[in-house]
Design a protein around this ligand. Structure first.
Ligand SMILES: Nc1ncnc2c1ncn2[C@@H]1O[C@H](COP(=O)(O)OP(=O)(O)O)[C@@H](O)[C@H]1O
Ligand SMILES: [Mg+2]
Length: 247
């Protein structure tokens, strides 16, 4: 199967001659569900920015299966990158996900608005639709941005730690929703909690300057250490509690 997005020996970073990511190889195909794990500062968010075309690569090749990438990737940034003071309403956040496929000054149609309302309902945000994002809790805000990321039915959905604030009740719903969406789109999910995401992801990418691809949704401490990818394995259900040391 052809890749939707492929990275071949990609190096990237923020300063010339200072690579944060080195020799990254990754193929993203239809219906993939890749869990991206790794230590803090290992380069997970940077990898997403490379894939989104927000950070130019220093070496290697980055290919998209389409000509104009912007319309086909949905992105939920890590919560610390969301400007909570920006005076935008919840309904507008969700609708703004449609912008990419429209001319910038295009008005939203009735059907766009219906789509947004449906999503707001699904995300449990209907009663907050006229609030500004600064008035929401962290979890509610992440849900609003999730709505923004999926409203346009992207081919690839990229989520950077969407479960940071999400309450336990919504976490289950979020994962059900992602499993459902995965039937229609490839998903890349960064998480610090491999235990909870393990049942929904299909494969694992360990990112710590380099990327090690693991063709299964389960991973042992031993394999993580051969990947030089120290993370915390936290207990969830039947997953045993193991905490790895940083080295
Ligand atoms: N905008 C930036 N400018 C310079 N350095 C950055 C920037 N963003 C991240 N970094 C550096 O890149 C490295 C990887 O960061 P990041 O991709 O955010 O890691 P992760 O998401 O795995 O925690 C870190 O050393 C971080 O300090
Ligand atoms: Mg990050």
């Amino acid at each position: 199967m052809d890749s939707l997005i492929s990275l071949h020996n990609v190096s990237a970073g923020y300063e010339p001659n200072q690579a944060v990511l080195r020799n990254i190889n990754l193929d993203i195909k239809q219906n993939d569900f890749i869990g991206i794990i790794g230590p803090n500062g290992g380069g997970k968010s940077t990898l997403l920015k490379v894939i989104l075309g927000l950070l130019p690569i220093q070496k290697g090749k980055l290919n998209y299966a389409w000509k104009n990438n912007k319309h086909y990737i949905g992105y939920l940034p890590q919560s610390n990158e969301i400007d909570t003071k920006f005076p935008i309403k919840v309904s507008e956040v969700v609708l703004s996900g449609i912008m990419g496929s429209k001319s910038y000054f295009g008005k939203y149609s009735k059907s766009d608005k219906n789509k947004a309302n449906e999503l707001l309902d699904k995300l449990g945000l209907t009663e907050y639709k006229n609030n500004t994002i600064g008035e929401l809790s962290g979890g509610q805000r992440q849900r609003a941005f999730l709505g923004r990321a999926i409203i346009n039915k992207p081919s690839v959905l990229i989520l950077d730690e969407p479960n940071t604030y999400v309450d336990k009740h919504f976490e289950g719903e979020l994962y059900n929703m992602l499993s459902e969406l995965n039937k229609e789109m490839a998903i890349l999910l960064v998480s610090h909690d491999i235990g909870t995401i393990s049942p929904i992801i299909k494969t694992i990418a360990c990112v710590n300057e380099e990327l090690h691809y693991h063709n299964s949704n389960k991973i042992s401490e031993k394999v993580l250490s051969t990947y030089k990818c120290p993370i915390e394995l936290v207990a969830h259900g039947h997953v045993p509690h193991r905490v790895l040391n940083q080295h």
